[in-house]
Design a protein around this ligand. Structure first.
Ligand SMILES: Nc1ncnc2c1ncn2[C@@H]1O[C@H](COP(=O)(O)OP(=O)(O)OP(=O)(O)O)[C@@H](O)[C@H]1O
Ligand SMILES: [Mg+2]
Length: 204
């Protein structure tokens, strides 16, 4: 059983994209609840027109979290951006791990310091909460400047080795009502990235 939240104060960093694809990856292993606690409801919209992804149920609202932990093999929670950090705080008190997507640009990376403080606060109620930053929309490693690599190294939270690259497949999958796992050859590289994240956080 894994319960994973995708959170960050910063909007547009890839929380929903990674939540949906991580959930689809876990759905290959067991029954998964993907819980959309973002009032914007992006994943709930996607679910309305998504073709059936077997093993994946999309639910809305924090109220579903506790029941889902008891009745599904894995739970993935998509959190809202900044304005609703209270809601995210409640999620962080109830999950085993949180991934914070960051776009590797200084403005996004500096904003993670506030998220790190919120994680420290959540650990008062949930001392075993694991937390990692994960680069999203990354360029090739070789395109990172030395200065950028240094900013990445100075982050207050550990950074996953896996970096999710900017790929058309992530956007196309949404348009087609799929995850990258249903994209065949077009999703291959993206699936490798999602599997690599799951391996790094030790979800089998
Ligand atoms: N790795 C990627 N490659 C290409 N496009 C991406 C990638 N990750 C995210 N996107 C696109 O970037 C946009 C923002 O992503 P997403 O909605 O997942 O972010 P979010 O953190 O959930 O945003 P919000 O804070 O508004 O909830 C979307 O258009 C999404 O399709
Ligand atoms: Mg979102």
């Amino acid at each position: 059983m894994a319960s994973i939240a995708l959170a960050n104060l910063k909007g547009g960093c890839g929380k929903s994209t990674l939540a949906l694809n991580i959930a689809a990856g876990l759905a290959q292993r067991g029954r998964v609840a993907l819980i959309d606690v973002d009032p914007q409801g992006a994943l709930a919209h996607w679910a309305e027109w998504a073709s059936d992804i077997s093993g994946l149920s999309v639910l809305s609202g924090l109220d579903n979290l506790h029941d889902a932990k008891a009745s599904f093999d894995h739970v993935v929670v998509d959190c809202p951006p900044s304005v609703d950090w209270n809601l995210t705080g409640k999620v962080l008190e109830a999950v085993e791990m949180v991934l914070l997507p960051v776009i590797p640009s200084p403005l996004d990376l500096w904003a993670t310091h506030d998220a790190a403080s919120a994680i420290h606060r959540a650990r008062r109620a949930n001392p075993d909460l694991k937390a990692w930053l994960v680069q999203n929309q990354a360029e090739k490693r070789s395109a990172l400047s030395d200065a950028m690599a240094k900013v990445l190294d100075q982050q207050p939270l550990p950074l996953l080795n896996t970096a999710v690259r900017r790929r058309a497949a992530y956007r196309l999958a949404l348009l087609e009502g799929k995850s990258v796992y249903q994209m065949g050859a077009r999703g291959r590289e993206a699936v490798i990235e999602i599997e690599s994240i799951l391996k790094e956080v030790s979800v089998k």
